[in-house]
Ligand binder design. Structure first.
Ligand SMILES: [Zn+2]
Length: 415
């Protein structure tokens, strides 16, 4: 059976033949064995870019190649399956998801630098995203889990390879960012409903008790503890924290960099592609990411509105601490003589220290498609607010899309 060798980078040489090892041959004759000389296959690969790791796979693979059309330098996307697509993996499905992912992430995070992207089937139950080489298990059934899983691995080209992490304390930049990239991709590729369901799953997973532990997942360790959160009692903590909480913390930054009035989130992606550019082919740390976010935040709509000079308060709370607050907005509507309406009340914050601070989205529905977005600040156990609206809203809801991580978020009327 012919075996293929697939590796990171570009193949520059391939040779095959029989081992010419006369010493071995003499040994075999001496021992009276009549073995056939062994076949060999040798390939040489070149990686033009600085990467922290290099991977390869050997197996009876059958390549499926598709060009990823880019104007200046075409990139080939390859899937190395095991042949029969009806039994093994649908090659054209995986190749199409790779191309869609590359298109989307390149637009969001900046240029894909490698000459090709190879994906290899491997018979394990996890994926691996090495520079220009992905290892994927059987993942070819259309579902939100498959879309987000494949896109997670593809996003590792940016998070983990183009930008590498310096230590375990920075690993959430790779896994959390890839996880959130997969969620965003699923929202576009599949549906907004699938995106919402994935977010709910990530949020709920942080509230479970690992078996044998009295703590809940979010309490076990802050994000920066990385894989040191794994203990005999909490074997899954690293996965839930770096992947799930990491994704949800990045999503909160997505909210903080978005203009609540227009819904324009481009400043978030500009910040991320700036982060990629500043670390291309090098190491990033949690602190170097904070620096990029800090430089850009004061110019964002919410940065200007609240006059925050930086995001240090945000990162201290969500990356270096372990709290998971509960938010509740209580409000009343007061009609004014000119026909306008004042919305007043407070935001309650539980299970967080006094200093805990967080802006949250507040959404008003006026019937039909008429919706207005603004934000309120939670600060300490009870923070008052007062807003004026041109007319009476039919619906008032605190963070209905769960942009802000919490144990629970709810809205109620004051009597
Ligand atoms: Zn990953």
């Amino acid at each position: 059976m012919r075996h293929e060798i697939v590796a990171s980078g570009v193949k520059v040489e391939e040779r095959a033949g029989l081992f010419d090892d006369s010493a071995q041959q003499d040994y075999r004759v001496m021992r009276g064995r009549e073995e056939q000389p062994k076949e060999y296959r040798m390939t040489r690969w070149r990686m033009e870019h600085a990467v922290h790791g290099f991977g390869f796979a050997v197996g009876p693979f059958e390549p499926h190649r598709e060009p990823w059309p880019e104007k200046e330098d075409p990139v080939t996307v390859e899937f190395f399956g095991l042949g029969d697509d009806t039994v093994y993996v649908k090659s054209d499905f995986v190749a199409a998801e790779m191309i869609n992912s590359l298109n989307y992430f390149q637009r969001l995070f900046g240029k894909y630098p490698y000459e090709r992207l190879g994906t290899v089937y491997h018979p394990r139950r996890f994926g691996q995203g090495l520079a220009s080489l992905l290892l994927l298990p059987k993942a070819d059934r259309e579902s939100k889990y498959t879309f987000s899983f494949i896109a997670h691995e593809a996003a590792h080209q940016w998070w983990g390879n183009i930008v590498c992490c310096r230590s375990y304390r920075d690993q959430w930049l790779s896994e959390g960012f890839s996880e959130y990239s997969g969620v965003l991709y699923t929202g576009l590729r599949d549906s907004k409903k699938s995106e919402r369901e994935l977010i709910r799953y990530l949020r709920d997973s942080l509230k479970v008790h690992p078996r044998g532990s009295t703590q809940r997942m979010y309490e076990i360790a802050p994000l920066v503890l990385g894989n040191r959160s794994i203990t005999r009692k909490t074997p899954g903590a690293y996965f839930y924290l770096a992947y799930h909480k990491g994704a949800l913390v990045l999503r909160m930054l997505h909210f903080l960099f978005t203009d609540p009035a227009s819904g324009e989130g481009q400043p978030f992606f500009d910040m991320l592609s700036d982060f990629v550019d500043q670390h291309r082919g090098g190491w990033a740390t949690t602190e170097s990411f904070i620096q990029v976010a800090n430089e850009r935040f004061p110019e964002s709509a919410l940065g200007e509105r609240y006059g925050f000079p930086d995001l240090n308060w945000f990162f201290r709370q969500w990356v270096y601490e372990t709290y998971l607050p509960t938010y509740r907005l209580e409000y009343r509507l007061v009609g004014q003589k000119d026909g306008s309406v004042v919305v007043e009340g407070h935001v309650l914050q539980e299970d967080a220290p006094e200093y805990w601070l967080m802006p949250l989205p507040l959404v008003f529905g006026f019937g039909g498609d008429a919706i207005a977005h603004t934000t309120v600040i939670a600060h300490g156990p009870k923070a008052p607010f007062r807003l004026q609206l041109p007319r009476r809203p039919k619906k008032v809801e605190l963070d209905p899309d769960h942009w802000v991580l919490s144990a629970e978020t709810s809205t109620g009327k004051l009597r």
